[in-house]
Write a protein that binds this ligand. Sequence first.
Ligand SMILES: NC(=O)c1ccc[n+]([C@@H]2O[C@H](COP(=O)([O-])OP(=O)(O)OC[C@H]3O[C@@H](n4cnc5c(N)ncnc54)[C@H](OP(=O)(O)O)[C@@H]3O)[C@@H](O)[C@H]2O)c1
Length: 339
Amino acid sequence: MSKQGSVKISVVGVGHVGSVVGFVAKPGSGGDMMRALQIDHYADHPTARLADAPVVAPRNGQVRVRIQAAGLNPLDGKLAQGHFKEWFPINFPYVLGTDFAGVIEEIGHSVEDFRPGDAVFGRAEPTAGGALAEAVTLSANLIAHRPAGLDAASAAALPTPAGVAYQALSEVLNRPAGSKLLILGAGAVAHTAVQLARDLGGVTVCGRGAERLRDLGIDVIEPSSPELATVAANSSFVLDTAGGNLQATVIPLLRPGTHVAAIVNPVDEELAKSSAITADYVVLATRQATLNRLARLAADAELGAEIAGYFRIDQAPETYRAYAAGKLIGKHIMQGDVG
Ligand SMILES: NC(=O)c1ccc[n+]([C@@H]2O[C@H](COP(=O)([O-])OP(=O)(O)OC[C@H]3O[C@@H](n4cnc5c(N)ncnc54)[C@H](OP(=O)(O)O)[C@@H]3O)[C@@H](O)[C@H]2O)c1
């Protein structure tokens, strides 16, 4: 087989690294305080505490959202472990959480599309965090309206997993109908990716937990299956949500010219060259247009999240510690005190 396919290792979609919006802004004029899940330093085994943090008044172009629901993501653990110091530098104390849904309490100047009382959802920049709290203040560009029929918990489960799945599938892989797509890993990103990709046909998910996704109308395969070599060789596109060993196992099985979008770790450059594949490392850049698209799909019941568990803010420290330690599987949602 020819080994002359194009090789491209590139990072796609690094959004606003270094731009911090949220809890570094000035406190609300009334000096109001709220509870927030906070870390004070990096740690291999992160723990967080409920702290009193200032309620932040929205500045120009910002909104303050009362949190109804906030979703935990693997990123919340990795950030605290210091894995993304270069990509997403954070300042301590740092309030955890990117994904949320809630109701707008206050808007700053120049905010035209949102009003107090609007139901919204969104994703805070990882550099800023702030969603695992009673309220978050952030740019209005990072939120979207939440249609009737999309409840807060379901909305808060979507921004990061469905956002990166949408970005990788629509903006990076952009595969034609009928082509074969192999999705590595079977977590929240894979679950939403399947729903976004299945209309084009030819989707197989490879992961230990993939069996539960079969009902979505796709094929599934165990990582240990001998058939993986055939499935990989027949796939022209790969969305890698697993990284690590599974990525290293599958890349040499691919045929030249296959396009891989990896979201956990970049594909090893030498391995990509020797396999003559194209590899992109995709980092989610939150876009309002994407949030709007996800909201429409969810409201039309074409996209939904699996929620494995709920917790309240006073349970957030223990839930976060277990989640960051890998002891909780699946999407966990913090439910706020309102609505
Ligand atoms: N680059 C980016 O911008 C970006 C954005 C989002 C996520 N990520 C990364 O992508 C990776 C996957 O994220 P994720 O949100 O999909 O993680 P996740 O939902 O926590 O899933 C992680 C793994 O847990 C297992 N799992 C999850 N839910 C399960 C369930 N209901 N039943 C059985 N097993 C289940 C799956 O293992 P098996 O695969 O073995 O079945 C899955 O791969 C993470 O490393 C994350 O940091 C990157």
